[in-house]
Ligand binder design. Structure first.
Ligand code: NAD
Length: 487
């Protein structure tokens, strides 16, 4: 029996959310949403064209003075009320998340909590944003700074983790007093639209957050709009280049959260069982469609074959299946096109390189045959210069590479155009510090991957610039004004 299509009642009301209006007859056309679990169409998504982007920016500009000047304690309380609604609506939001991009509900629950926590954390900042008093010389003055909101911010997010990405941008933007036009991907717009409804239900005034699903045309209209004061983008490198081109006309400031090809370095003295467990998340979490996953696993020569055997055994136990079921660990990839592209990478790797296919490498059959399921796939003996090791696969494919010294591990890890994250497994604390300091990445996790809304996250090199999370994530949405009073 194949997987059931999600019930139509699950989906939010049709149309974009501009102010408090739902706009169903938008000028950007429609996108037919297909459920990745079984390849069946669910409903048509209205897509923003330039006219709706303009209307959304006007709505955000109109709402700006009221939101910016609202007393910070009131802004804080409204954001907290919204976080409570996100928590209360958790189960339905997780089902909706599974329906929009095939993320298993068990994983979606983690993302829903990331969203709740981000809004609570940044609500706490709303009444604590201040400047500093600066001593001056040789001239005497009273000098101080103010941190002010940018104004209207355009937030563009990808389809792979909409609840987490929505909260990572919108929560600090609102806490700092900005208003927002958020463009989710047309592939996965539903949780963002539902979040928009809940923002209104929480009492956040219409126009403070506007939700305009759409594709490249909507995104580029937002980036080049003269009424947008800052762009916060999450997505791929090719789109990031188009965004920088669009932003140059108005010199709009941009933050870019892009992809990665992160290294997980497993030393022989580390907790090997924990390292295996964490390594397989690199292939299976959101079916490998995550920016920060440790997709290049660098393994110490001393434990190399044993580590591969253990990864193979664990990957073959992963429960692949219906995203709506609680027991499912891994769901489908986003679309037929993605499935074809990923299978192309697997076939090319087998055809053109000496990498050893250890497990997986096929589309799943049986009850899963109509959906976009690919078996968790492991390649060993991967050459770091190969396309598999250098480029994002964005699918359930893990690469294992061998290293023989700390020096070689660092050299391989850094031999990448990307620099998002790295993971270390070692019990030698001096080695952990020494190597973490040498890695060209924005985030290093040692002996496990923890998350907290209070930590900064983001990349270096072609993984982008700017940070989400923590105080740096708030500062992305404020600008500094300096005031000098002569005395
Ligand atoms: P994408 O770049 O294709 O699309 C991202 C967003 O940009 C979508 O909303 C899309 O509609 C929009 N867009 C497309 N063309 C545009 C244009 N010309 N102007 C403005 N906007 C445009 O990426 P994707 O396939 O949605 O997401 C996958 C990528 O995102 C991967 O590279 C992944 O690593 C990255 N990602 C990064 C992070 C992070 O925090 N660093 C998080 C999630 C995903």
């Amino acid at each position: 029996m194949s997987i059931e299509t999600p019930s139509p009642e699950l989906f939010p009301a049709a149309g974009l959310l501009i102010g408090e209006r739902r706009v169903a007859d938008a000028t950007g056309g429609v996108h037919r949403h297909v459920y990745p679990g079984n390849g069946e169409a669910t409903l048509d998504v209205a897509m923003a064209g330039a006219a709706e982007i303009d209307a959304a920016v006007q709505a955000a500009r109109h709402a700006l003075p009221g939101w910016k000047r609202l007393s910070p304690d009131k802004r804080r309380d409204l954001i907290l009320k919204f976080a409570d609604l996100l928590q209360a609506n958790g189960p339905a939001l997780c089902q909706l998340a599974a329906a929009e991009n095939g993320m298993p509900v068990s994983k979606a629950a983690g993302h829903q909590w990331i969203a709740v926590d981000n809004f609570r954390y940044y609500a706490g900042w709303a009444d604590k944003i201040g400047g500093e008093v600066i001593p001056t010389w040789p001239a005497q003055g009273l000098d101080y700074t103010l941190r002010e909101p940018y104004g209207v911010v355009g937030i563009i997010i990808s389809w792979n983790a909409p609840m987490a990405l929505f909260s990572g941008g919108v929560a600090p933007a609102l806490a700092a007093g900005n208003t927002v036009v958020l463009k989710p991907s047309e592939l996965a717009p539903f949780t963002s639209l539902r979040f928009g409804e809940l923002l209104l239900e929480a009492g956040i005034p219409p126009g403070v957050v506007n939700i305009v699903p759409g594709g490249p045309a909507a995104g580029s209209a937002l980036v080049s709009h003269t009424g947008v004061d800052k762009i916060h983008f999450t997505g791929g490198g090719a789109t990031a280049r188009a965004i920088l081109d669009g932003a140059r006309h108005n010199l709009t400031p941009v933050a870019l959260e892009l992809g990665g090809k992160s290294a997980r370095i497993v030393f022989a003295d580390g907790d090997i069982e924990a390292a295996v467990r964490d390594a397989i998340t690199g292939a299976t979490s959101i079916a490998g469609q995550g920016c920060l996953l440790g997709t290049r696993v660098l393994v110490d020569d001393a434990i190399y074959e044993d580590f591969i055997a253990r990864c193979k055994a664990e990957l073959e136990k992963v429960a692949l299946g219906d995203p709506a079921k609680a027991a499912t660990q891994m769901g489908p990839v986003i679309s037929a096109a993605a499935s074809q592209r990923i299978m192309g990478v697997i076939e090319q790797t087998q055809r053109e390189t000496s990498a050893r296919l250890v497990t997986g490498g096929k589309r799943a059959g049986g009850a899963l045959a109509n959906g976009y399921f690919i078996e968790p796939t492991l390649f060993a003996d991967v050459d770091n210069r190969s396309s598999l090791a250098q480029n994002e696969v964005f699918g359930p494919v893990l690469s294992i590479l061998r290293f023989r010294s700390d020096e070689e591990a660092v050299q391989i890890a850094n031999d990448s155009l990307y620099g998002l994250a790295a993971y270390l497994h070692t019990h030698d604390v001096r080695r952990a510090h020494r190597i973490a300091a040498r890695l060209e990445v924005g985030n290093v996790w040692v002996n496990g991957t923890g998350f907290s809304p209070s930590i900064p996250f983001g990349g270096v090199k072609q993984s982008g610039f700017g940070r989400t999370g923590g105080l740096p994530g708030l500062e992305e949405f404020t600008k500094i004004k300096n005031i000098w009073i002569a005395n």
